[in-house]
Design a protein around this ligand. Structure first.
Ligand SMILES: *Cc1c(COP(=O)(O)O)cnc(C)c1O
Length: 395
């Protein structure tokens, strides 16, 4: 990768992504798998990741935003696709026309879906979401009867089909947390009630990545895996990716922009938060918070340069940060590895999360579009739905 003439690159290993999807499918053998590709596939690039996940057998793709779901359709994705974060105005009609499964958490959304059905002249697919205890989106148990009744009436009238009943966990990344069992009880009751009212959802689902990895009794008909698809662990309590046979998909690297010998006592970067302890060599890494490098990594984040881990010296700026190499030698253009699978001794996204007071999810997702994504492992002869190769980089 070193010969690629680029300031920085996020190398996205689609072979690793496909392998992760297969690992997750094997962990939930009776369920279908939904690959969650919201937020530009957690920073990895939505369209190539969705395509790779489909090739590895993901029957479903999940997005938060309607714009994400419609962009996937525009890119040619034709499989089952659930979208869950709606606001008034949708656009529901476009979603109905694009054959998106629409999550509905309340009567206002059901009414907008029914208006969209009339405008589109075709029925909708709807999945009813119950808030079983996350306290975020979803219908409260108290309003569930009304929502189920309205959806059933619309279904009997031919306007829609209820394809799913679903929910989301609050604490699945904390094994043994009492809320897990409590949410499962509410979920089972909500499903039983909906079915007793005549609904026949194809898929009942509540499991995210941590539940998929550690709680088989939560798998039901479908598991919605996000972070694990990208080879990142949901939490240290769950384990490392390697514990499950998962492999991090993104490797973030940069080419050193400057290497210089400086005297001791030199203040480094804004605010002079770091002072060279003696004569030393400073390397300049051309990535900063405009690229998604947390400013909180100032003085704490680590990168691999020349086979050694080095800590960030002083503040992370908008475009760049400095690393003190001591008496090691390096050249402009040498590679700095910020995070990756860890094979070469580089930090992982989870390491960056620990260093900056956040989680691996945020570390990968916040890498901005300023950093070109370079796709490797695009094609694989063993793929179940192999398609022509599409090598190369995309912005
Ligand atoms: C993001 C999200 C997921 C995926 O969560 P992971 O922990 O990344 O697996 C699943 N379901 C919903 C509703 C989500 O918002």
């Amino acid at each position: 990768m070193n010969e690629t003439p680029m300031r920085a690159r996020a190398v996205v290993d689609l072979a690793a992504l496909r392998a992760n999807v297969r690992v997750l499918r094997a962990l939930a053998p009776k369920a279908q798998l939904m690959a969650v590709v919201k937020a530009n596939a957690y920073g990895h690039g939505m369209v190539p990741c969705a395509r790779a996940a489909r090739r590895a057998g993901a029957a479903w793709i999940g997005t938060a935003l309607p714009t994400e779901a419609l962009a996937l359709r525009a890119a040619g994705d034709r499989g089952r696709l659930l979208c869950w974060l709606w606001t008034p105005g949708g656009p529901f009609r476009e979603a109905v026309e694009a054959d998106v499964d629409i999550s509905v958490s309340g009567l206002w959304a059901l009414e907008e879906v029914l208006a969209a059905v009339r405008a589109a002249g075709r029925p909708a697919r709807v999945q009813l979401k119950i808030d079983t205890g996350l306290g975020r989106n979803g219908c409260t148990p108290g309003d569930w009867e009304k929502l189920v009744a309205a959806a059933r009436e619309a279904e009997l009238g031919g306007a829609l089909r209820v394809t799913g009943v679903w929910s989301h966990f609050a604490c699945a990344d904390e094994p043994g947390h009492p809320s897990i069992r409590a949410q499962l009880d509410v979920f089972r009751d909500a499903v039983a009630y909906a079915e007793a009212q005549g609904l026949a959802p194809e898929v009942r689902h509540i499991a995210n990545s941590p539940a998929t990895l550690t709680l088989p009794e939560t798998h039901f008909d479908l598991v919605r895996t996000g972070v694990a698809v990208y080879g990142i662990s949901p939490s240290p309590e769950i384990g490392t990716p390697a514990d499950f046979g998962l492999r991090p998909v993104m490797t973030l690297t940069a080419s050193l922009a400057s290497v210089k010998r400086v005297p001791g006592g030199l203040g480094v970067s804004y605010g002079h938060q770091y002072t060279t302890p003696g004569e030393t060599t400073l390397a300049l890494v051309p990535l900063g918070y405009a690229d998604g490098i947390p400013r909180a990594a100032s003085g704490t984040g680590e990168v691999l340069i020349g086979g050694r881990r080095r800590r960030i010296a002083g503040r992370v700026a908008m475009d760049q940060f400095v690393v003190d190499l001591g008496d090691d030698t390096a050249e402009p253009g040498d590679e700095a590895v910020l995070f990756g699978p860890g094979d070469r001794g580089e930090p992982t996204a989870e390491d960056w999360g620990r260093a900056t007071g956040t989680i691996g999810y945020e570390v990968i997702t916040r890498i901005t579009r300023r950093v070109p994504r370079v796709y490797v492992g695009v094609e694989d002869e063993n793929d179940e739905n192999a398609a022509p190769a599409e090598p190369g980089a995309a912005g």
